[in-house]
Design a binder for this molecule. Structure first.
Ligand code: APR
Length: 235
């Protein structure tokens, strides 16, 4: 892969071995909640307390988990390549904590909060920021409520212009730990294929969209990815 333009897209599967639960292997429930009850603008408008408690629990969980060998392998890959973009659907901060330099969080980030009035974002992970009470912004004259900086169902993912530009011009597109159910992320493999890139999947099980990849490596990412990265950088 050296000298090639590489885009990696990660999903919940890469954080599974760190102890963060994935979305689609629990009967459609995410940490015992239906996604429509906690991950939609409608839920925030109608039951903000439920949504807030849910995200504060997810945010506190960040302090209990650590990056795993798959996150570390992607740092090594980034260090070995000149043209590399890491896009993640994950809202955890495990790529950053492993040492990845430039992470594009297309579905937002748990560690960041957004003022509902001004839209200004702030990293808020101090102990006082993780309590049950709502967080107030520091930007408005009359401090307003903040919401999680998360892309809920029905909202536009972040960074799509940069993502499409990178995928349309890459030589290799790698997906790690994603079931390929949620668009537009799930459609990026087709964009890469149309652009003539080699497409590679690393996933625990064979997902529905597996036939759109030139190479499929099945198994736990924490075991497979360190070996694959060594091969990719040597080859
Ligand atoms: N190693 C590799 N893959 C794994 C591992 C592992 N250790 N454990 C689980 N997987 C695979 C599962 O087999 C599954 O195919 O990871 C995939 C996770 O799929 P999803 O739970 O659907 O996660 P993801 O594709 O990231 O979901 C996309 O959906 O709910 C939304 O916004 C949320 O970003 C999320 C999006």
């Amino acid at each position: 892969m050296r000298g090639k333009r590489v885009v990696v897209l990660t999903g919940a599967g890469i954080s599974a071995e760190s102890g963060v639960r994935t979305f689609r292997d629990n009967d459609g429930l995410w940490e015992d909640h239906r996604v429509e009850d906690v991950a939609t603008p409608r839920a925030w408008a109608s039951s903000p307390d439920v949504v807030w408690r849910f995200y504060q629990a997810r945010r506190r969980q960040l302090r209990e988990v650590e990056p795993n060998p798959a996150h570390h392998a992607l740092v090594k890959l980034e260090e070995g390549l000149v043209d590399f973009l890491l896009v993640t659907q994950n809202v955890d901060d495990l790529h950053e904590r492993a040492g990845s330099g430039d992470v594009l969080h297309m579905h937002g980030e748990l560690s960041v909060m957004r003022c509902e009035i001004s839209g200004r974002i702030e990293h808020r992970m101090e102990a006082a920021d993780l309590k049950e009470s709502y967080l107030a912004c520091r930007c408005c004259v009359e401090p307003s409520r903040m919401r999680p900086h998360i892309v809920w169902f029905g909202e536009m993912p972040f960074g799509m212009t940069r993502i499409y530009e990178a995928v349309e011009t890459c030589d290799v597109f790698v997906v790690v730990g994603s079931s390929g159910h949620v668009y537009p992320a799930a459609g990026l493999v087709d964009v890469a294929r149309s652009a003539g890139a080699t497409t590679v999947l690393v996933n625990l099980e064979r997902p529905e969209n597996a036939d759109r990849f030139d190479e499929v490596h099945l198994g736990p990412a924490g075991e497979l990815l360190p070996r694959l990265v060594t091969t990719w950088l040597d080859g």
